[in-house]
Write a protein that binds this ligand. Structure first.
Ligand SMILES: *Cc1c(COP(=O)(O)O)cnc(C)c1O
Length: 418
């Protein structure tokens, strides 16, 4: 369906089966929030949850809450709630630490598995993309330097180079499923199979996928995955991240952050580390419980729909955005960075422009919230749980008005966070 008027968008919103979920989020009147890929909106339930956790669990019950409020089990309970969204089985996911730290664990464990197997011990290359989110590359750099065993990182320039780059020296292929900048969506099953053909392991970062696009980790036979809870999962700023270790790798999953939460008997207070048999071996230490508890409010909302419904709406929203921008801003040298093909498009759309930062700031001043990423990229995230078709229509009207009348300050100072 092609939406060619604001009225048609309003009708599409009325017919949208996700329309009711928008009411579950706190979104200021008049704000068009297109940054849920960076920080998800607040579910109303999170406010009630925060009140309860701080007032009752921490305030009244104090230390007892580790048992009575289920604080101790929270990382695995949330992991099990998240599992169906990413094609994981029960007891394969924990919510804990940050994406960067979880990547460290996954890379370390993967290299350890490879190094201990005589068939793969010679492998020294870690392949990732130069356009990967910097922290992913930095974490791989940190671990290879620290291990000092001759590993090196090969940065490929484009997804098409993957097939020719993976070879018998490849230990690890580490990719972000949906690229944070371009929105390019990798074919997880295909890439994982290519890695496996050469005896390499495959780690997926789902930061821009979880809650945004259907993910089938087990079906793809992926090796490890990590991801973020404060983006499309709406878990709150700095919410702990998650790590997935499939049952088939859990016994061998040995990472060096061997803190007491990963111990088989954390309260036996033994002098030696012994990893717990299941997914909880991916834990390290005590979690920020207040922040962790907020994630449940975001995840609860996904139980009222399914990832295919979310995907269908996401593609309709991004199609509409691309069509409208290309139609009404045609004279303004905006370059679409995001793939047109549905097969390779995530849930955000990026356009390049010489004055991208200034234009984004002008949009934000009008309560149309997107963000800026180097180099020269305006990024707009579409969150099917709360973004409406009318939002998309109105956002493009603002964008074209700002461009037509040059209502942006080319010399604007950059904020620390862009
Ligand atoms: C958002 C994001 C991160 C964030 O990492 P933190 O450790 O939570 O700060 C990491 N990787 C990718 C690909 C991301 O998009």
């Amino acid at each position: 369906m092609r939406l060619t008027s604001r009225n048609a968008c309003q009708t599409a919103d009325q017919l949208d089966s996700l329309h009711d979920l928008r009411k579950e989020f706190r979104l200021a009147d008049g704000m068009i929030y297109l940054d849920g890929n960076s920080l998800g909106a607040q579910p109303h339930a999170a406010m009630r949850k925060a009140q309860h956790v701080i007032e009752n669990e921490w305030g009244n019950d104090l230390i007892k809450s580790w048992n009575t409020a289920g604080w101790f089990d929270l990382p695995s309970r949330l992991g099990n709630q998240l599992a169906p969204l990413i094609g994981a089985d029960p007891n394969e996911v924990v919510v804990t630490d940050t994406t960067s730290i979880n990547l460290f664990k996954a890379i370390a464990a993967a290299l350890d598995i490879q190094a201990r197997d005589p068939a793969t011990a010679h492998k020294k290359t870690i392949i990732t993309e130069s356009s990967n989110f910097p922290t992913d590359i930095y974490m791989a750099e940190g671990i290879t330097r620290w291990l000092d065993r001759g590993y090196h990182i090969q940065l490929i320039e484009s997804p098409e180079d993957l097939a020719t780059s993976i070879n018998d020296d490849t230990a690890l292929v580490m990719l972000t499923h949906v690229n944070y900048r371009s929105g390019y969506l990798h074919d997880m099953q295909y890439v994982t199979a290519q890695a496996h053909q050469h005896g390499a392991m495959c780690i997926w970062d789902l930061a821009h996928s979880a809650g945004a696009v259907p993910v089938e980790l087990n079906k793809a036979n992926a090796d490890f995955a990590v991801g973020c809870c404060y983006k499309y999962l709406n878990g709150g700023p700095g919410a702990p991240a998650f790590i997935w270790v499939p049952h088939r790798h859990q016994a061998q999953f040995a990472h060096p952050l061997t803190g007491w939460w990963g111990h088989a008997a954390p309260f036996a207070m033994q002098t030696h580390f012994e990893a717990t048999p299941g997914i909880r071996r991916a834990l390290c230490g005590t979690q920020p419980i207040v922040s962790l508890a907020m994630i449940e409010s975001g995840l609860d909302l996904f139980a009222r729909t399914n990832m295919q419904t979310i995907r269908d709406k996401s593609l309709a929203l991004t199609d509409l955005f691309i069509q409208r921008v290309e139609h009404v801003c045609a004279s303004h040298q905006l370059e679409l960075v995001t793939p047109r093909s549905h097969q390779h498009r995530g849930s955000h759309v990026s356009f390049k422009h010489e004055h991208a930062y200034a234009i984004i700031q002008a949009l934000i001043a009008r309560q149309v919230i997107g963000d800026y990423r180097e180099p020269g990229i305006m990024r707009f995230g579409f969150t099917p749980l709360y973004t409406s078709f009318t939002d998309v229509w109105d956002a493009v009207e603002h964008l074209s008005d700002i461009l037509d009348k040059q209502l942006y300050d080319k010399n604007i100072q950059r904020n620390v966070v862009t």
